[in-house]
Structure formats: C-alpha cells, structure tokens
Design a protein around this ligand. Structure first.
Ligand code: PHE
Length: 344
C-alpha cells in the first residue's frame, strides 16, 4: 500500500464513521468496528510499519487525530441507548416484580416454639440418631425382646446388627435420647429432644409412617409427680394460653412407673358451640405421654434408683402444629400445599 492508497482508505473510514454516527449505532459497536484489535482503524494504523519515517510521522498523526475524534465522540456518548426510544420507556424508579418468598413450615415453627418454651423452664436440647439400635430404642427402655409393648411401636428394621448383636432400626420414638444422655452424663439433668420418628403405620388423617416427637426428662434427687405436673402445666399454658388446663389419666409405657396420659382442656370448644370436631366434644385432648422414670431404666444407665428419681414425657409435634395452625388432616403437613404453608 502506498501513501495515496493509505490516505484514501483513511477518508473512507471517516465516511464510515460519519454514517455510523448518523445511524445512531451503539457506541460499543462503533468501538468494536474501528478501535478493537481487529477494528478497521487499528488495522490501517498497523499498515504504517512498512512506510518511511517521514510518512509514518505525517500519516500517523492524521490517523491518531481521527482516533482521537472517535474517542471523544464515544466518551461524550458512552451509550447510544440513552438517545434511543427504549430509554424513554425505562423507568428505573419503578418497583420490581414481587417474588414469592418462603415461610417457615408449621412443624419447624411449632418445634421452635416448643424448644423456646421448654428452655424457659431450664431444659437444654439434645439430639439422637434416626437410625437407632434396638438396645436404645427398646431394651434399655425396659422393653425386653418379645415384650408385648413392642407391638405398640412396630417399625422398620435394617439388615444389619451392631456389635452387641442388636438390630438396627428406624427409631420409633425419641425416648432413646433419654438413655444416650443419661449414659453419657450425670444428674442433675433437664433435657429435651425433638426430631423425626418412624412407625410401620398406614397413612390416614391422624397417622403417618414418619412424624415428629418432643421428648423431655428430668433426673435429679427427690423428683416427684408434682414436679412433672407443674412442668406440664407451665409448658401447656405457654403453648396454648393461660386458660388451658391439664389433667392426668392413667396410662402405660414400660419405661415409666406410674405412667400417665396428660390431657389438655380443648381450647377450640368455645368457637364450635356444642359440637367440637377437635376433641369430639369430650372437652379434653390427650397430647402427652408421661410418667416417673422406671427404676430399670435408671439401672440400665448406671444410676442408683434409690438415689436418683425423675420424670419423662413425650408428645407428637405434628399434633401440636395441627392444633396451633387449625390443620385437620395430618397429610396436609407433608403435601407442600402452598395454601397450608402460606396461611401462617
Ligand atoms: N415414647 C413414648 C411414645 O412414643 C412417649 C413417652 C415418652 C411416654 C416419655 C412417657 C414418657 O409413645
């Protein structure tokens, strides 16, 4: 390429640039077309390497003047969008589209309420494994092998045995946490535990093969049934309001003696005038199993039952959640229906 050709190439590029400006090309496109590594002006300036020193000076300065004018144009108009019609429709002060946000699941919310309520009474939180050993789930809790009480809690067994030759199973209740805690710590103890439990149950409005339990126990000196009653009453009033009353009915669990069912006065009767579907108009709801810890359980944990006494209680968290949130069918808790999840 000689000097004359170079100059006419430059003037062609100038006309290209004027056209791009009049067509309101985007500044990023203009920059790419002229100034990028393979842009037309960059390529033309590179041609100067084969010219004489005088020509390099003369043509280089013409080329650089043109480059400068492009850069000035680009910096004055950093983005041609601001001049286009689109920009006049774009209102950056408008709110965004609302995005649905999640909420805490009723079971999680109820579990948190329970934990906070029990912590006010001085109970700390422990967790236990969901895959449990027969020893912790049954045997140490005074359910010997073949004891008929095992039938109350049929479960899912795993095809493995532990080093004692005891089966692995999905825990049927949170009571094994009592044993695990007492075997690793010394009294005085005030402990609760929450979590999933499993039973071989057909699913219906009030049963499921997986549900959630609260466990609590106290082990100390001179603990009596009146400590259990006071604890239950304080807890229930905190959960359902100060108008709630409790009463004890006899019940059976192998790991407590005596055993009790703690019934709570139905807080829904008043809004159902006569026919209450929640308590079936009995006025009471059985919500908690409880009792004084059996001497055999203390022995299995290495405690002397003549020295240590205590109470234990257990309750279904799903049942509490249903009462607190007005859910009538347990299955609704697990179907991820947004109407249930949002209505909180
Ligand atoms: N573990 C018992 C159950 O699941 C409940 C319970 C716990 C009863 C503690 C008494 C004491 O049915």
């Amino acid at each position: 390429m000689n000097r004359q050709e170079w100059l006419s190439k430059l003037s062609a590029l100038k006309s290209d640039f004027d056209r791009a400006v009049s067509e309101k090309k985007l500044s990023q496109d203009i920059e790419r077309d002229f100034l990028s590594k393979k842009g037309s002006l960059s390529l033309l300036l590179r041609e100067l390497s084969s010219f004489s020193i005088e020509e390099k000076k003369e043509l280089g300065s013409l080329g650089n003047d043109f480059k400068k004018s492009i850069l000035e144009y680009l910096s004055a108009s950093p983005d041609n969008i601001s001049k286009s019609k689109v920009s006049s429709d774009l209102d950056l002060t408008l709110c965004g589209y609302p995005y649905p946000h999640g909420s805490v699941h009723p079971i999680t919310a109820t579990t948190e309420k329970i934990i906070s309520s029990m912590s006010k009474l001085g109970f700390s939180l422990e967790y236990g494994p969901l895959v449990e050993m027969d020893y912790f789930n049954f045997e140490a809790l005074n359910f010997p092998p073949d004891h008929p009480a095992r039938d109350m809690q049929d479960t899912f067994y795993l095809p493995h045995k532990d080093e004692r030759g005891s089966d692995y199973l999905l825990r049927t209740h949170t009571s094994p946490v009592q044993i695990r805690t007492m075997q690793s710590r010394k009294p005085p103890l005030r402990v609760i535990s929450t979590g999933k439990v499993f039973r071989s149950e057909a699913v219906d409005a009030s049963h499921s093969f997986v549900f959630h339990q609260l466990e609590g126990f106290c082990a100390d000196k001179n603990i009596s049934m009146s400590d259990l009653k006071w604890t239950m009453e304080s807890f229930i009033k905190d959960m359902f309001g100060s108008a709630a009353k409790i009463r004890f009915a006899p019940s059976y669990f192998p790991f407590v003696e005596p055993g009790a069912g703690v019934e709570v006065s139905c807080v829904f009767c008043s809004s159902h005038k006569g026919k209450c579907p929640v308590c079936k108009s009995t006025g009471w709801l059985e919500l908690i199993g409880a009792g004084m810890i059996h001497p055999e359980v203390f022995k299995a944990c290495g405690y002397d039952p003549m020295e240590t006494s205590g109470f234990a209680f257990g309750a279904g968290i799903d049942r509490f959640a249903m009462l607190l949130y007005g859910i009538t069918d347990m299955r609704q808790l697990f179907e991820n229906d947004l109407r249930v999840l949002k209505n909180l």
